[in-house]
Design a binder for this molecule. Sequence first.
Ligand code: HEC
Length: 116
Amino acid sequence: MPKSLQNACSRVLVSLAVVVVTGCFPAAGGIPEPVSPSDLVRAQADYPTVTDVELAQGRQLFIDRCGSCHNHPELQAYTKAEWAPIMDRMGRKADLSRAETTLALQFIVSRLQPRP
Ligand code: HEC
């Protein structure tokens, strides 16, 4: 193929890569700290019956299943209202059952600081 077309193609590819890396992929947050008593208090405000064991299971699912396609996302980058539909989509991508998706969401919510 002509050189100019090749250049045009590679420009398109580079811009696509930039969109994927900066635009839709989540900001990286690393491996989250183990569950603490204050996480349980925060989570129970939304899920009154959740236990620390369930939060620990959710954390483990998050660690094991949410860092293979992209880095572990930064939890604070989204609000609780944004996380619920994201987890509906990402739970399916990560092959989580409904129950596992709920565990992971409860863990995520336990880490969200109230924002002004
Ligand atoms: C099979 C690959 C795959 C797995 C596993 C996966 N993701 Fe994603 N994730 C993607 C892709 C691709 C995107 C960007 C495009 C999109 O949003 O669908 C993305 C985007 C995101 C975003 C950015 C917000 C958004 O709405 O796009 C967040 C946050 C996220 N993922 C969280 C998670 C969490 C939490 C898990 C674990 C339950 C997870 N992902 C597992 C592929 C994956």
